[in-house]
Design a protein around this ligand. Structure first.
Ligand SMILES: *Cc1c(COP(=O)(O)O)cnc(C)c1O
Length: 339
C-alpha cells in the first residue's frame, strides 16, 4: 500500500468514472461536434451562470489562454508573488503573451485591496507598461490551500472596474474553496471576467480543465487554444470523466479537508515538526526543526511507502485526495508518530 500525498493530481479514474468514459458519445471537437464535450461546457457555464465555457487539456493552458485573450504584448498583469500563473507555468505570461507581471507581497498567496494602491500604471504615461489584467488564485496552491474572503474579492472587483482591469480567477482548486466555505459557483461567475477550473485535481478526472467567460471571450479563446496546440478531437472520453467528477466528487472534498486537518493536528504534536501552516482545505504545509535534513526525512517516509514533496525553503507538502483512504490515514498517523 503506497500512500501518495505528492498531489491531488495522482488519483486514478474510479470504476464508475471508467464506465462513464467507456460509454461516452464522442465526435470531433475541433468541428464542435463532440456531444460529451459540448455537454460538459454547457453544464459548467450553467453551473457558474456564465455565458460560455471551453474544454482544455490542462489548467496551465487555460490560464495562459486567459492571459492572452485579456492582454496585448507589452502590457502588464498584477498577481501575488506566489501565483501559479507567475511561478509554475514556465514563464508563459512573458513567452506566450509578451506581458510582464507586477507582483504583490501577499500573505499565503492572498492580498488586500489596499495593497493594490499605486500598482496600476498610468495608461497615459508612455514610459510605463499598461496594466490590463489582475489574476487571483483560489484556493492558493503555494499558500497551502488557503481560501480568500469573498468580501475582499468583491472589493478587488470594484477596484478592477474603477481601474479598467480585467479580473481572472485561477480556480484550479475552486471547488475545494466552495465546499470549505459553503459558497456557490454562481457567486464567482458573477464576479470574474474569466475563470479557470481543473477537473484533474481534487475532482479526480484524469485530464482536463475548463475556461469560463463571455461568448466573446470563448470565441477568442478558441483561436488561442488552436494556436497553443490544445484543440483535441474525440475529447468526449475525457469530458465524460469530467462530468462524472462534477456529479460525484464535489461534496466529498469535505472528507479530504477533514483528513488534512487531522494530519495537521498529528504533525503539530510531533517533536521534529517546527511549524504547521493553517489548514483550510486539502493541502498541508509544514516545516521541520532546523537540525533535521529535509531530504533525509522525505527518504525515511519513502522507505515506509509514504510519498510527500518539498516546496523548497524548508517547506514540506502533503495533499489529500479521493484515493487517500481511511486505512491510509491510519497508517500515515502511525508512521508519523513512529518516525
Ligand atoms: C494545478 C494548478 C494549475 C494548472 O495546472 P496543470 O497541471 O497545468 O493542469 C493552475 N493553477 C493552480 C493554482 C494549480 O494548482
Amino acid at each position: 500500500m503506497i500512500i501518495d500525498l505528492i498531489s491531488d493530481t495522482v488519483t486514478r479514474p474510479s470504476k464508475g468514472m471508467m464506465e462513464a468514459m467507456m460509454h461516452a458519445k464522442v465526435g470531433d471537437d475541433v468541428f464542435k461536434s463532440d456531444p460529451s464535450v459540448n455537454a460538459l461546457q454547457e453544464k459548467m457555464a450553467a453551473m457558474f451562470g456564465m455565458e460560455d465555457a471551453l474544454f482544455f487539456p490542462s489548467g496551465s493552458m487555460v490560464n495562459q489562454t486567459a492571459i492572452k485573450l485579456h492582454t496585448n504584448p507589452g502590457e502588464q498583469l498584477i498577481c501575488d508573488k506566489w501565483a501559479h500563473v507567475y511561478n509554475f507555468e514556465g514563464g508563459g505570461a512573458a513567452a506566450n503573451s509578451g506581458v510582464s507581471s507586477m507582483l504583490i507581497d501577499g500573505n499565503r498567496g492572498m492580498f488586500t485591496v489596499e495593497q493594490l494602491n499605486g500598482l496600476v500604471n498610468d495608461p497615459n504615461n508612455i514610459h510605463l507598461a499598461t496594466t490590463t489584467l489582475l489574476c487571483i488564485e483560489n484556493t492558493t496552491n503555494k499558500g497551502g490551500g488557503a481560501c480568500w474572503d469573498f468580501e475582499e474579492l468583491k472589493k478587488i472587483k470594484e477596484f478592477c472596474t474603477d481601474n479598467n482591469l480585467q479580473y481572472h480567477l485561477d480556480g484550479a482548486r475552486l471547488f475545494n474553496a466552495l465546499v470549505a466555505k459553503n459558497e456557490s459557483p454562481k457567486q464567482y461567475g458573477e464576479l470574474f471576467d474569466t475563470i479557470s477550473i481543473c477537473l484533474s485535481k481534487g475532482l479526480g478526472a484524469p485530464v482536463g480543465s475548463v475556461l469560463l467567460g463571455t461568448k466573446a471571450h470563448i470565441t477568442k479563446a478558441l483561436r488561442i487554444r488552436k494556436l497553443f496546440g490544445g484543440a483535441m478531437r474525440q475529447a468526449g472520453f475525457l469530458a465524460a470523466a469530467a462530468i462524472y467528477a462534477l456529479d460525484t466528487n464535489v461534496e466529498r472534498l469535505a472528507e479530504d479537508h477533514a483528513k488534512a486537518t487531522k494530519i495537521g493536528e498529528v504533525l503539530a504534536g510531533c517533536s521534529y515538526v517546527k511549524k504547521v501552516e493553517p489548514i483550510e482545505t486539502n493541502i498541508i504545509i509544514f516545516n521541520l526543526n532546523d537540525d533535521i535534513n529535509e531530504v533525509d526525512f522525505i527518504h525515511q517516509l519513502k522507505e515506509r511507502e509514504i510519498l510527500i514533496s518539498s516546496m523548497g525553503s524548508g517547506k514540506l507538502r502533503m495533499v489529500t485526495h479521493l484515493d487517500f483512504t481511511d486505512e491510509m490515514l491510519k497508517k500515515l498517523i502511525f508512521e508519523l508518530k513512529e518516525i
